[in-house]
Design a protein around this ligand. Sequence first.
Ligand code: ZN
Length: 276
Amino acid sequence: MPELPEIEALVRRLRPHLEGHRLVSTRVLHPRPCRPSAPSDLEPLLRDRRLLGLHRRAKYLVFNWEPKPALPTTLLVHLGMTGSLVFSEAIPVGGTHDVALMEWDHGHLTFQDPRRFGLFTCEDAVLARLGPEPLSTDFTPGNLARLGTSRQPIKVRLMDPTQVAGIGNIYASELLHRAGISPRRRSDRIRDAEWPVLHDAIRQVLEEAIARNLRAYEAGISPYYHEAGTRGSWADDASPFLVYDREKEPCARCGSAIRRCEQGGRSTYWCPGCQR
Ligand SMILES: [Zn+2]
């Protein structure tokens, strides 16, 4: 499942192809990603539009259009579990997993989503409910310390998008390992001196992952699991993760066996030796 670093890398990858360009027309092939709108409602909104900017907010790709009277200025795309956005200058062949086709003045952008958990919508109210971006310059250790007002386990708290935007299951495990903090620790038991350590770990782990994903794109490798039927570059022994999906393997830092538990219905991985 793509998380913040995978989406950020994708946005940086697509931006030079799309920003400043004109979207000629859009075809939505499946109704589910644009719910509650119907494809026939959405398609007229996404025709002859110039893209002013493409950016990421949490795990959403946000397309900002040049304003036109009575038309929305935003398109949100969420890749869900398995989605991908592929730009090509040639007309794409077309496949069973295509859910939306966007024809641009100089190429084609195809949204593929085999499991159809993704979103393709001009409704952007969800953005207002998101917490701060962990990589933004105005996100400080002091902002992060506000998570300490809860008794929830710190990993569950970090994954609440109203508290911090875009931290997903894989990177929550990884950055807590980097910070030496147990994912099961109550948020209100994080000590004052630990918030800056956790803040640094968030930045480092996410930035490193963005750089790794960009390198994967440059090498022609799908950067995340399950993209359109391939497993991406994480599937083999070269997994970049130190705890995620490594139950019972020795911790690279201290040699203790990595453990796994369930938190909020998701698997958490941590090292009992170097995370307290
Ligand atoms: Zn360890």
